[in-house]
Design a protein around this ligand. Structure first.
Ligand code: GAP
Length: 470
């Protein structure tokens, strides 16, 4: 049976949990917030950091054909001329001419209408020329105009045309303009890749759905330079790799799918793109794009800069402009997908609990050390054990409130293991190890605990069976 957006987890529940537990909250909240911009609190920072760490591990640490880069956010303005972003990085904007005057993306309105006829491809549905109305007040809409998504600012003290610069709308261009540097210093030959993680900015017309679409976000992008004849093979390879990365980190396979872009959806640089889509509570939506950018970018920058951006084989003397396969993911969007997929509710000993069944590698905190009672030397012993464990992995010490309450708090932030110090610990130097998902409680010797948790952290993991409601 095809997966459906389930009703155990809604975007509202995720937003509420993130606020309640300090993962993510609206930015500048004391001033009323600023349109779809979010700040990450302690657990949100850790979660997103672990997502990025896993991406680096898969892309750079575990391979010898990809190198890292960290390019500047503000680049020479000619970069955006050459890349086509000044000309083509825009969305069709329509404004309500009726009462509410709200602004919409025309393509999104058409998509929403078309989703009623879901299952059909765009070609099958035919051209959608029927008049659109404002979804909010039913008013007439203006003619669409192309709205460029790049944020502008000025460099230096004088704000004129000559000082106009842009905040990058994708990290990718920093990679293309450094192709020659990397080729020279990293001693690589195609196929090889350059990976980068960093902030990007887009003046989205309709941001929304929490951190799914914001105006400031983090991307995890890798440009893989290949001999032109191998482009299709590598495109398929990276699609498979990227799909597998998400399932290895616990996303359920039936909540993921690959969808090839139709011709009229392709970005100005792309000859073929497939999205890894996730079944968010808002329906199937893009999680990551894997594009075949061909030689578009290297040629464009070579032409505009006058630099030769090509690979020359030192043995045969053959020269060519490599083609580029680009897996482009969003760190915030991936973190949101992991949160949604992990969210669960169940009843334990007559009490309802919310539990984040996150992959242990992604969990903000791996272990919580809890004294059963706040006396008899238990807090001191717990604190000592916590200080040892935190050398190995992110660990928390919590001695406030009833033990049940403390377990539930850890369940809500997705901590896979609870370590409880009790009166027996003082006698035989063992602790209770509680598993977040199975709720099994095992007695473990303190001397063996660190090694045991490290082993569990390194083990392959798959999403546990969720509660029946789901
Ligand atoms: N260099 C290619 C590129 O930027 P994209 O599909 O526009 O491709 C890649 O962006 C990924 O970046 C998306 O799949 C998404 O995960 C993330 N992303 C893009 N726009 C975003 C936004 N406004 N808010 C949050 N994430 C975004």
């Amino acid at each position: 049976m095809a997966a459906e957006a389930n009703d155990t987890v809604t975007m509202d529940k995720i937003v509420a949990l993130c606020k309640r537990r300090g993962f993510i909250f609206p930015s500048s909240e004391i001033y009323g917030g600023i349109g779809s911009t979010y700040d990450y609190g302690h657990y949100g920072v850790l979660l997103k950091q672990h997502v990025k760490d896993q991406w680096w591990r898969a892309m750079v640490q575990h391979r010898d054909d990809i190198v890292a880069l960290d390019a500047a956010i503000i680049m020479h303005p000619q970069v955006w001329q050459a890349s086509g972003h000044l000309e083509g990085f825009s969305d069709p904007l329509v404004q309500c001419l009726g009462e509410c005057k709200r602004r919409w993306r025309e393509d999104h309105l058409r998509e929403e209408r078309a989703s009623e006829a879901s299952g059909m491809s765009r070609a099958e549905r035919g051209e959608d020329e029927a008049e659109l109305r404002c979804p909010n007040c039913g008013g007439e809409l203006s003619e669409p105009r192309q709205f460029n998504l790049m944020f502008e600012t000025h460099m230096g003290p004088v704000a004129d045309e000559g000082s106009r610069v842009f905040l990058r709308p994708e990290t990718a261009q920093g990679i293309f303009v450094n192709f020659k540097n990397v080729l020279q210093f990293a001693r690589k030959r195609p196929p090889f890749g350059i990976a980068q993680v960093g902030k990007s900015f887009r003046n989205e017309i309709t941001p929304g759905n929490f951190v799914f679409r914001t105006r400031e976000f983090e991307q995890m992008e890798m440009e893989f330079f290949v001999p032109p004849a191998e482009a299709q093979k590598w495109h398929e390879y990276w699609l498979e790799q990227r799909f597998r990365w998400y399932t290895d980190l616990g996303l359920r396979e039936d909540h993921l799918r690959l969808r090839a872009h139709e011709a009229d959806e392709l970005s100005h640089y792309s000859s073929a793109t497939s999205d890894v889509e996730y079944l968010f509570p808002i329906g199937w939506s893009e999680l990551e794009g894997v594009a075949n950018r061909g030689d578009f970018d290297l040629n464009a920058h070579a032409q505009a800069s006058g630099e030769k951006l090509e690979y020359v084989d030192s043995g045969s003397g053959d020269r060519y402009v490599p083609h580029v396969i680009e897996p482009a993911a969003g760190a915030d969007r991936a973190a949101l997908a992991f949160l949604v997929d992990a969210y669960d509710e169940d009843t334990q000993e007559g009490r309802e609990r919310v539990v984040l069944r996150l992959h242990p590698q992604l969990a903000p905190v791996k272990a919580a050390v809890l004294p059963l009672v706040n006396k008899d030397g238990q807090p001191e012993l717990a604190r000592k054990l916590y200080e040892e464990l935190r050398e190995l992995m992110p660990t928390e010490f919590d001695s406030g409130g009833s033990i049940g309450k403390r377990y539930r708090r850890q369940d809500e932030i997705g901590t896979p293991w609870g370590v409880t110090i009790d009166h027996q610990t003082l006698e035989d130097e063992t602790v209770t190890l509680r598993d977040r998902d199975s709720l099994a409680q095992d007695r473990v010797a303190i001397a063996e605990l660190g090694a045991l948790l490290e082993r569990r952290l390194a083990e392959p993991w798959s999403s546990p069976k969720l509660s029946p409601a789901r």
